[in-house]
Design a protein. Structure first.
Length: 358
């Protein structure tokens, strides 16, 4: 039997561990979760074997980023309800999140043994194996998960790929997309090839990216993103004329697609067609005024036309949107030098050196 003092000590220790975090990030929702945890902990004094209440405490502890406390609460829930495979899986998810991969694998494996038809721990273990590079085991679990629940499995791994891509983890995104494509030929296949092409472009594997965009266009020849990004791949490989043809087709297919104008404007700058590039980039900025690369590229076009004051204006906007982009400082320094403003140019070049050291 767990006594009143033991429960309260555990709760207060959890609050102590998170006090620094809460001072920075406390919101009305956080206050609600803390109040709910406090209320449930008091209720657990009278009925410490209430596993559902322990799980509610654990869920709310996760909400306030108290992962160590959430694991303890999961332990208590499982202690009083040892057949609760969902609680075991949920504890594995937390361990996975905090980087305790061995602990996560153990929990996922236990949950799988408790209910072979429950797909979540199979997917969870697959993702851990993929994360730590045990690819054969990951493939085995993926095949098992697909047999248990094909749609849920594909949806989850594609979601993981998208999250990884957005966070800049292109290698992990690519691994998920590779396996998704290998194990399915119908579900979302067009987007899978498209997004794998995006990943390969980001990783500099342009020739392989072109192959993926080719697959997209076999399925849907009207996919403007595939035309545009295949054009970008060709541009990066130095095939400028072919790249322009692809990008022109992208604009024809979707004249409201800002990245089509942005990438074509960038290409035209490389071809020294600055006037035409400026026209494209004006449209890109109008269609998407939040894209710093459009302002950066437009600044290059203006500098190519000797409008260095206009270039500085656009480079400054690009820097305000993305202060860590060393290229914008470097090119702005060139425009400052062209105007004889050497002190400002030196400041920008020092910033370039600082960013390159980081």
């Amino acid at each position: 039997m767990i006594g009143r003092c033991q429960i309260l000590v555990g709760f207060l220790f959890s609050v102590f561990l998170n006090c620094g975090f809460s001072q920075i990030t406390d919101t009305s929702n956080y206050k609600y979760y803390r109040q709910s945890i406090a209320t449930d902990m008091l209720m657990l004094e009278d009925d410490p074997a209430d596993s559902k209440r322990w799980m509610r405490v654990a869920n709310h502890q996760q909400k306030i980023q108290d992962f160590s406390g959430a694991i303890v609460s999961h332990d208590m829930a499982i202690r009083y309800s040892p057949t609760d495979y969902r609680a075991v899986n949920s504890r594995g998810v937390i361990k996975h999140k905090i980087g305790d991969f061995k602990g996560a694998i153990d929990d996922y494996t236990l949950a799988m043994s408790m209910n072979a038809e429950f797909v979540d721990p199979i997917i969870g273990r697959y993702l851990v194996y993929l994360k730590i590079g045990i690819i054969d085991s990951a493939k085995h679990d993926l095949e098992l998960a697909l047999r248990v629940n094909r749609l849920a499995t594909l949806s989850t791994i594609i979601g993981e790929a998208q999250d990884a891509y957005e966070s800049g983890n292109f290698e992990f995104a690519l691994l998920n997309l590779d396996l998704a494509i290998q194990n399915d030929t119908s579900f979302r296949i067009e987007k899978n090839y498209l997004e794998r092409g995006f990943c390969k472009n980001e990783m500099g594997d342009y020739e392989s990216a072109i192959l993926d965009f080719n697959e997209v266009l076999k399925i849907n020849p009207n996919n403007a993103k595939a035309w545009n990004n295949r054009g970008f791949s060709k541009y990066m490989l130095g095939h400028l004329d072919d790249a322009l043809l692809d990008m022109n087709h992208a604009v024809e297919l979707d004249p409201t697609y800002p990245q089509a104008y942005n990438k074509r404007g960038d290409l035209k700058c490389a071809m020294r067609e600055f006037e035409s590039a400026l026209n494209d980039l004006n449209i890109a900025v109008k269609l998407d005024p939040t894209n710093f690369t459009a302002f950066h590229n437009r600044a290059i076009a203006k500098a190519g036309l000797n409008d260095h004051r206009g270039a500085i204006f656009d480079f400054t906007i690009a820097i305000q949107m993305n202060p860590d982009n060393a290229l914008s400082y470097q090119y702005r320094a060139i425009s400052y030098q062209a105007l004889g403003e050497f002190e400002k140019a030196d400041q920008d070049l020092r910033m370039v050196q600082l960013l390159q050291r980081q």
